[in-house]
Ligand binder design. Structure first.
Ligand code: ZN
Length: 100
């Protein structure tokens, strides 16, 4: 699951364990004849309006894959399925029900 916050918002934390949550990214691949690898990070950034947060390079240094982030979408509100279950059991024990 993902959560969206305002641009520039403080990094959110897991609602269960309080660890910082990761950015929700999508991957783009430049490894074909029509989409050749980017020479460097600056050239790669010019190819997208999203923020490049990670890259994978060939041995010659050319970038063939980039992780893109929209600046507002985070993985969350829990960091793992375990945290989701912990939170659900705690909510259940505290009396929370989705339907009365
Ligand atoms: Zn967690």
């Amino acid at each position: 699951m993902t959560i969206k916050l305002e641009p520039g918002a403080e990094r959110p934390r897991c609602a269960c364990c309080n660890k910082p949550l990761p950015k929700h990214t999508t991957a783009v691949y430049w490894n074909g004849y029509k989409d050749p690898p980017a020479a460097n990070r600056e050239e790669a950034q010019r190819r997208t309006n999203l923020q490049i947060v990670s890259v994978k390079k060939h041995s010659d240094g050319k970038i063939w894959c980039a992780g893109l982030w929209d600046g507002v979408t985070w993985v969350g509100p829990f960091c793992t399925n375990n945290c989701t279950m912990h939170f659900a059991f705690a909510a259940y024990k505290a009396g929370y029900r989705l339907k009365a």
